[in-house]
Ligand binder design. Structure first.
Ligand code: AVI
Length: 319
């Protein structure tokens, strides 16, 4: 039998136009920057999946190990029959580690990539026939509403992968405030957050020996060529990633190897040799630091789990 997924399209129709404007605004700014979301076209998502399998990139396997080890405890704190919402659900891989233990009443996957979302929620509905599966194609970083027909007594959002780290702390607080408004009192948030640690571990994680993170970063330029009609030559830029200790963040940049002018969507963008385009931040938090941030957004800490090497933390917070 065909798996049943209730699909809700919440995509704004003019997305492509406003994306171009947003991109250009960052390229003509000083210093130049682009939002990390531009790194995720189809190829970018594939490369990110490959990053997650690199030996130096510890967050994915560490978070999965924590989820496996703590699933019974997580289920006890969260309680059964929740309405589970996965933000940025992608391949819905991590949630599978929890479903049998959590036994939620229903599941909603939220992702911006329509095809990916459709395929992964259909697979989920096939593999967990007892679960009511919903999918919402939406940009969860923008204000959203729970789709019609989805709900239950207690919504619990699941936001793994330390994606919260790709927001600045102010943006993260704003995002958590928006989420707090969507959740009733007693609603929960299970969130994965990368921890502050030795810089050699961090620098290696974003400069893997196989060059996958470099390819992921440089793929932004391929995207500029194909989608935004840019005449940019990726080999004239170099991947750079380093830990900025004072801001507790990894910074990822594309550094121009020479003086050059690039045309993007009819606009001429000048780079001098050594000038960088800042493509991503990945903030790291202490356990306490993140609890403080969440408290500012109206969440109370209920529990948290870390790995033996204190690389990564999963927090359970409640409204
Ligand atoms: C998705 N996000 C949490 C990843 C990170 O670690 O900040 C993206 C990434 N960028 C380079 N490597 C991985």
């Amino acid at each position: 039998m065909d798996p049943v997924v209730r699909f809700h399209d919440q995509q704004p129709p003019a997305a492509a136009v406003s994306l171009g404007e947003e991109l250009l605004a960052g390229l003509i700014a000083t210093p130049k920057f682009t939002s990390p979301k531009f790194l995720y076209d189809r190829r970018g998502s594939e490369l990110f999946d490959a990053i997650c399998r690199q030996p130096e990139y510890y967050p994915t396997r560490t978070e999965e190990a924590i989820l496996k080890a703590a699933k019974a405890e997580i289920a006890e704190v969260v309680g059964p029959h929740a309405a589970l919402i996965e933000l940025g659900s992608g391949a819905s891989r991590k949630v599978r580690l929890l479903l049998e233990a959590l036994r939620p009443a229903c599941y909603l996957g939220v992702d911006i990539s329509r095809d990916f979302l459709w395929e992964s929620t259909r697979r989920l509905a096939t593999d967990y026939p007892w679960l009511e599966v919903h999918a919402a194609c939406a940009d969860f970083t923008c204000p959203m509403v729970w789709p019609e027909g989805f709900g239950g007594e207690r919504p619990v959002a699941f936001f793994p992968g330390s994606s919260i780290g790709n927001f600045t702390p102010d943006e993260a607080e704003g995002f958590l405030c928006g989420l707090a408004e969507l959740l009733p009192v007693g609603g929960g948030l299970l969130i994965g957050v990368d921890l502050i640690k030795d810089r050699t571990v961090l620098d290696a994680a974003y400069n893997d020996a196989a060059g996958i993170t470099a390819a992921f970063n440089l793929n932004l330029l391929e995207r500029l060529r194909h989608e935004f009609d840019a005449d940019v030559e990726p080999s004239r830029f170099q991947h750079q990633a380093f830990y900025n200790e004072s801001d507790s963040r990894i910074e990822m940049h594309l550094v121009s190897r020479c003086d050059q002018t690039v045309r993007v969507a009819g606009e001429r963008i000048r780079f001098v040799e050594g000038e960088s385009l800042h493509t991503e931040n990945s903030y790291k938090y202490s356990v306490e630091g993140f609890r403080r941030l969440a408290a500012c957004a109206g969440f109370e800490s209920r529990a948290q789990w870390t790995d033996p090497d204190a690389l990564f933390c999963i927090h359970y917070l409640e409204r």
